[in-house]
Design a protein around this ligand. Structure first.
Ligand SMILES: *Cc1c(COP(=O)(O)O)cnc(C)c1O
Ligand code: SF4
Length: 334
């Protein structure tokens, strides 16, 4: 731990004080020796809150949390098959800010901002400014949902939906809860791992009062992201009636071993979170060096099935453009 007191600051302060300088990060971690292999990105720059840095091991160039955020020169190598919009999401926006790919759920991007910039992110090239719902687009979103009675769940996404203020978030919840067809509101967020203090009392009280079932899918890739403080906040969310699930991305050299996956899913469970999905990497430009060989992924998955109870094994899936669901990876493939 570099400084445990850091995590006591309120979440807005932690957000604004995030580390954005590669040099500063390397100095904090005593890893100046990595300078020749890093670069300063012009867009999608380094961003990592100090509480998350505090979970990294000082002096360890292979730290799994560091590797998720440090801009590596390998990103600049173009690899064929890795593109800027791997899921062709730019073609599935019936109205600004809304993605309707799966029958009963729509996904709303309520902000482009994230507290952390993950180098493997499939939305790193997404044009948020062109796609953010303006005030007038709110009405269009509501009409769209009303015109599609099959929709019973809205997923708040981004960016990170918990990077917006409670005031803005509660306004969305008020609007959505007023639609009788909705049974469930889901938040996909990395914030509980990056700035756990974001799960403040006002937020948890508001979620506890919702007439809808509230689900929170956190995006945790490694057991080290969950320290005691993080686990406490997650348990609070659970006590507020929030269903907690995890979605991870399989990342080469970061979490692609049986031991790492086992530890991750056990740690999640102790913090009150069930594994949901393990995604193979979306083939986004700049992230090819994180991709793992499919054969190895399948081998790893067989081992997880053999070693863990069923409820600790996430579904191994791949997201494909123009499919109505996340496609299970064929583990019988020869
Ligand atoms: C992942 C995703 C969903 C939710 O899928 P589930 O299988 O219900 O978790 C919905 N819409 C889009 C566009 C998605 O990418
Ligand atoms: S928090 Fe999620 S959306 Fe934001 S940069 Fe990381 S992976 Fe991308």
């Amino acid at each position: 731990m570099i400084n445990h007191l850091i995590t006591q600051k309120n979440w807005q302060t932690q957000l604004s004080e995030a580390v954005t300088s590669v040099d500063e990060l390397l100095t904090m971690l005593n890893l100046e020796s990595l300078k020749p292999q890093v670069y300063i990105p012009e867009h999608f720059e380094l961003r990592v809150p100090r509480g998350f840095v505090a979970k990294m091991r000082v002096g360890d160039a292979e730290d799994p949390l560091l590797r998720q955020v440090l801009p590596d020169k390998q990103e600049q190598v173009a690899v064929s098959g890795y593109v800027t919009d791997p899921l062709a999401e730019n073609e599935q926006n019936p109205t600004k800010g809304l993605l309707h790919k799966y029958q009963s759920r729509v996904l709303l991007t309520i902000t482009g901002a994230c507290a952390i910039h993950c180098r493997y992110c499939f939305r790193q090239h997404f044009d948020y400014s062109a796609n953010m719902p303006t005030t007038s687009a709110h009405a269009a979103i509501i009409s769209y949902i009303e015109a599609h009675p099959d929709i019973n769940e809205v997923i708040l996404s981004g960016g990170d939906p918990l990077s917006v203020s409670n005031r803005r978030l509660f306004a969305w919840l008020d609007t959505l809860e007023a639609l009788p067809q909705l049974t469930t509101i889901r938040l996909h967020t990395r914030m509980p791992l990056v700035i756990p203090e974001r799960l403040d009392n006002d937020l948890l009280d508001r979620l506890a009062q919702s007439r809808c079932h509230i689900m929170m899918v956190i995006h945790c890739n490694h057991a080290n992201e969950i320290d005691t403080n993080t686990a406490e906040y997650l348990q609070r969310a659970r006590k507020a009636g929030v269903t907690l699930l995890n979605q991870a991305v399989l990342l080469r050299g970061i979490n692609d071993s049986v031991a790492t996956q086992g530890a991750l899913n056990q740690r999640l469970f102790s913090a009150g979170v069930l594994p949901y999905y393990l995604h193979v990497l979306d083939k986004v430009a700049g992230a090819a060096h994180f991709d793992s060989d499919e054969r190895l992924a399948i081998e790893l998955y067989w081992s997880l099935l053999a070693e863990l109870p069923g409820y600790l094994v996430p579904k191994l899936v791949r997201e494909l453009p123009n499919r109505r669901f996340k496609v299970p990876v064929d583990i019988y493939k020869k």
